[in-house]
Design a protein around this ligand. Structure first.
Ligand SMILES: NC(=O)C1=CN([C@@H]2O[C@H](COP(=O)(O)OP(=O)(O)OC[C@H]3O[C@@H](n4cnc5c(N)ncnc54)[C@H](O)[C@@H]3O)[C@@H](O)[C@H]2O)[C@H](O)CC1
Ligand SMILES: [K+]
Length: 427
């Protein structure tokens, strides 16, 4: 987990890199050498005994880093097989390529060549880094899919795949794989270890990033020291580059409360914490069903939806209203729920057939995904039949979580309170 690390967009990273090189205090070749050495060092920390490595080098500087990794591993006694392109990269990568050619050959970067070789202990993905401009196609796309398991078993590579800066094809600004379907089972490369340089990028932390990067190591390649030396008093860098001061702040719900039983507080906190599993999505975060009242009684529902969003439930996924137009379910009123989750509206009056059907669908959805239910008993006083329908929505006992109420303290809803008390939950 990263605490207090700066996150730079790829553009900011490039601007800093260019400014550092333009200052004459560091060269691109030095940065590349340090980057490749850092990756090789991290590999050797995890595989102390020299083995076989297959290094895949792309057309740009990410590939340049790959040539450096190959050289360092070779010098450390590894048997290195390098697959690369027959292109002329930029001057730094071209120099690193030439240095590698003095040590070993470059095989074609094709899936057949990859499959033909002996099994390696480590596969180094240095095909694309921050310079990805479009979805990979052709042979490179086939290689990436193969590394991602199109050959049958993605787990086979995952434990041995080390990504240079990022798994290739990952957009480091968004965390998405452009041009690829976003669904489980898509063959995106998933690394055991990603060594990124200087600072994490948004794509390491968003969307598919965490799952596909695996363990993320941020290697210092000397730019941090350069930034400290070249920082102006007003927070800008020399040559007017903005000094990015964004911090990664991670919510931690395990806040101790001395008034409560610590063991119970811990277990409750863990049930509220956001899903840690990589690849989580809104459904795996649970499901919140909010049954709210009409306009005058909308506040509780809205607060419940907001609270559910903040604890990471798939909040707003089912947000049912009794009346149209009901306050909490109008998109404008439920803006945060509908932006960040899905806000469904059970149209119409819940006491009428159409409304009942919509609420029933919501209930099924909620059960299937294991969620919390909240209802605003404020509307009970006004909508008797709707309330009876909603009462049936909230399960009497739920296997996995709390039943929350977005209630008004003075709500005349004794039956709801009694039921919750019986199930051991505070009303
Ligand atoms: N952070 C730093 O300070 C340093 C990072 N380094 C490494 O350099 C890469 C970024 O290098 P760059 O050359 O800008 O980009 P790439 O290597 O990712 O690739 C660019 C190359 O690829 C072509 N291209 C882009 N998309 C496609 C595509 N879908 N299909 C085919 N070709 C594509 C593009 O036209 C370019 O030719 C960074 O990630 C680090 O690994 C430095 O080594 C050290 C300093
Ligand atoms: K890469």
């Amino acid at each position: 987990m990263l605490h207090g690390a700066e996150i730079l967009t790829t553009e900011e990273m490039r601007a800093i890199e260019s400014a550092a090189m333009a200052s004459g205090q560091v060269t691109g070749l030095e940065l590349m050498e340090r980057a490749g050495r850092a990756v090789a060092g991290q590999i050797r920390l995890r595989w102390p005994k020299p083995g076989r490595a297959t290094v895949l080098c792309g057309p740009g500087n990410n590939g340049g880093d790959g040539y450096v990794v190959a050289r360092y591993l070779h010098q450390a006694g590894w048997r290195v097989r390098l697959l690369g392109l027959d292109n002329t990269p930029g001057p730094d990568a071209a120099r690193m390529k030439a240095e590698w050619l003095a040590l070993g050959p470059i095989l074609p970067l094709t899936r057949d060549a990859l499959r033909a070789g002996p099994d390696a202990d480590v596969y180094v993905d240095a095909i694309f880094g921050t310079g990805l401009t479009r979805p990979p196609q052709g042979e490179i796309a086939a290689i990436l899919a193969y590394l991602g398991g199109s050959g049958g078993d993605w787990a086979c590579f995952r434990e041995r795949l080390v990504a240079v800066d990022c798994p290739s094809g990952l957009c480091l600004d968004s965390g998405a794989f452009p041009g690829r379907p976003r669904k489980p089972g898509s063959h995106d490369p998933r690394a055991r270890l990603t060594v990124a340089f200087d600072s994490p990028k948004p794509g390491h932390l968003l969307e598919r990033g965490p799952e596909c990067c695996g363990e993320l190591v941020i290697a210092d390649i000397g730019l941090a020291a350069w930034r400290v030396r070249n920082r102006n008093a007003d927070g800008t860098l020399s040559r007017g580059i903005r000094y990015p001061a964004v911090e990664a702040i991670w919510p931690d719900f395990a806040i101790p409360d001395s008034r409560r039983n610590p063991a119970r507080a811990r277990s409750e906190a863990s049930s509220l914490r956001k899903e840690q599993a990589g690849g989580g999505h809104k459904f795996s975060h649970g499901h919140a069903l909010i049954v709210a009242g009409g306009r005058p009684a909308a506040g509780g529902g809205r607060l419940s939806a907001r609270a559910a969003l903040r604890i990471g439930r798939g909040a707003g996924d089912a947000c049912a209203a009794i009346r149209r137009p009901a306050g909490p379910c109008r998109p404008a009123r439920c803006a945060d729920a509908s932006r960040r989750g899905r806000c469904r509206r059970a149209a119409g009056h819940a006491g009428r057939p159409a409304g009942q059907r919509a609420l029933h669908r919501s209930r099924l959805r909620g059960r299937a995904r294991g969620g919390a239910a909240a209802r605003d008993p404020g509307r009970r006083a006004r909508h008797g039949s709707g309330c009876r329908c909603a009462d049936r929505l909230v399960p009497r006992s739920r296997p996995d979580g709390a039943v929350a109420q977005g209630l008004r303290a003075d709500a005349p809803c004794g039956r709801v309170r009694a039921r919750l008390s019986r199930s051991g939950r505070a009303p």
